[in-house]
Ligand binder design. Structure first.
Ligand SMILES: NC(=O)c1ccc[n+]([C@@H]2O[C@H](COP(=O)([O-])OP(=O)(O)OC[C@H]3O[C@@H](n4cnc5c(N)ncnc54)[C@H](O)[C@@H]3O)[C@@H](O)[C@H]2O)c1
Length: 268
């Protein structure tokens, strides 16, 4: 019997990158998986590559009506939801939103980034709780935060703020569900330096991307970028019944970045 047999999952922002990898691993472990995104063409392509037991749903995480429709569609087709991965996220570099530092960022760009990352996760948790609270077996909400939710990022300030808020909201949800005796755990995953299309937006367009990525990789303790699958394995674990006693934690998938600090003594 596969680890996630008889479970139904919804993954947001699953057309590409980490969300697509999480969807793939959940599927490989026996779950029925609904992938959702705002990039419908790519989302449908991804579902077509995954095949049996994967389905595409239109879901803009910023819109409450979209959550209502998506959850209603899942309930009417499978009758249940057991795993929700709030993965959809934007950096602020994805649109011409301008500088993302605390001095120059516009109010509009600040709100737009929070709308997707934080409001999207809030709505996901709200509708996820409603959909899963009557379940008879362990159910899981997994919020994709970031190392940027733990440390400051001067040139992605709204992104860092939104990810820090996701980290904290995860704990509120975890404790709320525990208090209510709902069978739902809620945990956050904190990736860093995972090679996905998101990084392409953040590189200097006039310098060779590979050179820039190698320079960054050299600063990571494990000396390489992670892969979307590294994050997906953690999501599978937190979604499984083996993790039913784990709630409110933050799990770093970062090649050791957050294990250290700057200006530490070096060996002689
Ligand atoms: N790649 C990394 O190094 C890294 C590090 C830390 C955290 N993360 C987080 O992991 C998650 C996935 O990142 P990724 O690197 O795969 O990014 P990505 O840009 O490759 O994929 C993000 C997906 O989210 C979708 N999306 C954007 N806005 C949406 C909305 N309003 N509703 C629904 N879907 C929407 C996009 O269309 C895209 O398919 C994000 O939350 C990101 O912040 C990534």
């Amino acid at each position: 019997m596969k680890r996630l047999q008889n479970k139904v999952a919804l993954v947001t922002g699953a057309a590409q990158g980490i969300g697509a990898a999480i969807a793939r691993e959940l599927l490989c472990n026996g779950a029925v998986v609904f992938l959702s995104d705002i990039d419908h063409e790519r989302g449908v392509e991804t579902v077509n590559t995954l095949g049996k037991n994967s389905y595409y749903l239109k879901l803009d995480v910023r819109m409450e009506r979209c959550w209502e429709n998506a959850l209603a569609a899942i309930k009417s087709s499978t009758g249940q939801l057991d795993i929700l991965v709030n993965n959809a996220g934007v950096t602020g570099y994805h649109l011409p939103l301008g500088a993302q530092n605390p001095e120059e960022a516009t109010l509009d760009s600040w709100l737009q980034v929070h709308q997707t990352n934080l409001t999207g996760t809030f709505l996901g948790c709200k509708y996820g709780i409603a959909a899963m609270k009557e379940n008879k077996t362990h159910s899981a909400i997994i919020n994709i935060s970031s190392r940027s939710g733990i440390v400051g990022i001067p040139h992605a300030a709204a992104y860092a703020s939104s990810k820090a808020a996701i980290r904290n909201h995860t704990k509120s949800v975890a404790l709320y569900c525990a208090e209510k005796n709902y069978p739902i755990t809620c945990n956050s995953i904190h990736p860093a330096a995972i090679r996905t299309p998101m990084w392409e937006q953040m590189l200097n367009p006039i310098e060779d991307p590979e050179v820039q990525l190698q320079r960054m990789a050299a600063q990571i303790p494990l000396k390489q970028f992670g892969t979307p699958r590294d994050v997906a394995y953690a999501a599978v674990y937190l979604a499984s019944n083996e993790a039913s006693y784990i709630t409110g934690i933050e799990l770093n998938i970062d090649g050791g970045i957050l294990a250290g600090a700057a200006a530490s003594p070096t060996s002689n």
